[in-house]
Design a protein around this ligand. Structure first.
Ligand code: URP
Ligand code: ZN
Ligand code: ZN
Length: 480
């Protein structure tokens, strides 16, 4: 990046576009007090008493963090069952920005029978001119034909789509072990990162059928149909397949200790296996699916939230390095809506309820408040989990994910003392509920910058639709 800044020559400009003055800067490795000088959208100086900026921001008493990178969120993703995601590339990134996230990586999902290239083109069309913050795409590979494995996927990886998700469950998405091996071998050849949704499909369908036969179709039975053992088995199998191929893998949305043990054991053996977890596994349990009437459907997601002991395990995994990434898995379906949770009405079996819950805006405040605020993780770990590590794993670092000379000026002035009671009416997604209604958090973004431009300031949107740019991802940095 040195060719794009003046800093390599030791010079600083007489005047910056923007100076963020006097804040406490946190990165994945350090916490220090400094001014940040920004020119042409990039950080060009870090120091004391920097010269003037056209705009000056007084950050004394505030933290300054690298903008969040939410590497697992779903916006406007087509589905096979007729449901519709509530957030598109307009409302989704806007909601993310209000919560302190400045880069999102949603998924271009191949439908079975569709070319992967067509899925990517379709997704670009959906995103065009809408996002207020920068965005990249992961791919979802559901149909690894010879054409996809031999031509489309290698070409797309080289063009900047260097990560893809595969599934071991959901009939319209899942791959069998042989297909997974083929895809992993391709990831190894091309240096791509594979993300895996690991739950044993046959266990789930067998249990689901048995529950249905017993008339056990209420939302709460979603948890019974997807037990931790099904997640543990698929996680173990996925890691074994990656080990055979000798390729890195990231296990996404890990819900508790059983799957974590598989990841920790693999890492202890020196395998490049990474783990991601999400707010729902820290703040919800299976009891949240057991609400009056159909309300538990709001919390149907897969894997399902477990129990208090699982929450504790996940906190430990965030602190001890079993997890590298903390994402939202924002999968937004409206509750009181026949395109969402009530797709098949209020009496539908859990198996027909669209899976997923919203959380792109509340991800950082929840983890900051309960993690950093309560001493469970350090501020540096918070930055690593929510920004630096996803930027590294998905080939966006050091442009994204840190505060350093040459990095994009994607920054958050964070008020670590602001107390907020989370209420859906104050959020900016297009979902009619939040799972975290009434949660009291301390710490909230005050100003959010993308490329040195203000996106959100004091609760007001300043950026315009289309200000965000598409990002090509480079080679994943798997040396975490
Ligand atoms: O239930 C979930 N997690 N829905 C979103 C899709 C996925 O599998 O991540
Ligand atoms: Zn998944
Ligand atoms: Zn997801």
């Amino acid at each position: 990046m040195s060719d794009e800044t003046e800093i390599s020559t030791g010079q600083t400009p007489d005047q910056f576009d923007l100076v963020i003055r006097g804040g406490r800067i946190a990165t994945a490795s350090d916490v220090f007090d400094a001014d940040i000088g920004i020119l042409d959208g990039r950080i060009v100086a870090l120091g004391q008493a920097l010269s003037k900026g056209l705009r000056e921001v007084d950050a004394r008493g505030k933290l300054v963090l690298p903008g969040g990178v939410d590497a697992h969120c779903h916006f406007d993703q087509p589905s096979a069952d007729g449901s519709r995601m509530a957030d598109d590339f307009d409302s989704g990134p806007r909601s993310a920005a209000f919560g302190g996230t400045t880069t999102v990586i949603p998924f271009a999902c191949q439908q079975k029978g569709q070319s992967l290239r067509a899925a990517v083109e379709d997704y670009h069309a959906r995103a065009k001119g809408k996002s207020v913050i920068d965005y990249a795409f992961h791919l979802i590979v559901t149909d690894p034909t010879a054409q996809v494995i031999g031509q489309e996927l290698p070409a797309l990886i080289r063009e900047g789509y260097s990560s893809f998700k595969i599934y071991t469950t959901y009939d319209d998405l899942k791959l069998d072990d042989r297909q997974i091996l083929e895809v992993l071998a391709l990831a190894r050849r091309e240096g791509a990162l594979t993300m895996i949704h690991a739950e044993n499909s046959d266990i789930i369908s067998w249990l689901t059928e048995a529950l249905e036969q017993d008339g056990k179709t209420a939302p709460r039975f979603h948890s019974a149909a997807r037990p931790a053992v099904a997640e543990r088995e698929a996680t173990h199998r996925a890691i074994s397949l990656a080990e055979i191929v000798d390729v890195p893998m990231l296990v996404v949305h890990v819900s508790g200790g059983e799957a974590m043990e598989q990841i920790a054991a693999a890492r202890a053996r020196g395998l490049r296996v990474f783990g991601e977890t999400c707010p729902q596994y820290l703040f919800l349990t299976a009891d949240d699916l057991d609400l009056r009437g159909f309300e538990g459907a709001k919390h149907i997601c897969s894997p399902p939230p477990r129990d208090r002991a699982s929450q504790e395990s996940v906190w430990h995994g965030l602190a001890n390095g079993t997890f590298q990434v903390f994402s939202s898995d924002h999968a937004p379906f409206r509750y009181d809506d026949t395109t969402g949770k009530k797709l098949r009405g209020e009496n539908a079996s859990f198996m027909h309820v669209p899976n997923g819950i919203p959380g792109v805006e509340t991800r950082l405040p929840l983890l900051f408040s309960e993690g950093v605020g309560k001493g469970r993780i350090s501020l540096q770990q918070f930055v690593a989990l929510t920004s630096t590590n996803p930027a590294r794993l998905y080939g966006l670092y050091p442009r994204k994910g840190t505060i350093a000379v040459g990095a994009d000026a994607d920054l958050v002035v964070w008020d670590s003392t602001r107390e907020v009671t989370i209420q859906n009416e104050d959020l900016h997604h297009n979902v009619d509920y939040t799972p975290y209604e009434g949660y009291e958090v301390t710490g909230w973004p005050q100003i959010v910058f993308s490329g040195g431009n203000v996106v959100v300031e004091n609760g007001e949107l300043i950026a315009k639709a289309g200000d965000g740019k598409f990002l090509e991802c480079g080679t994943p940095d798997i040396l975490l």
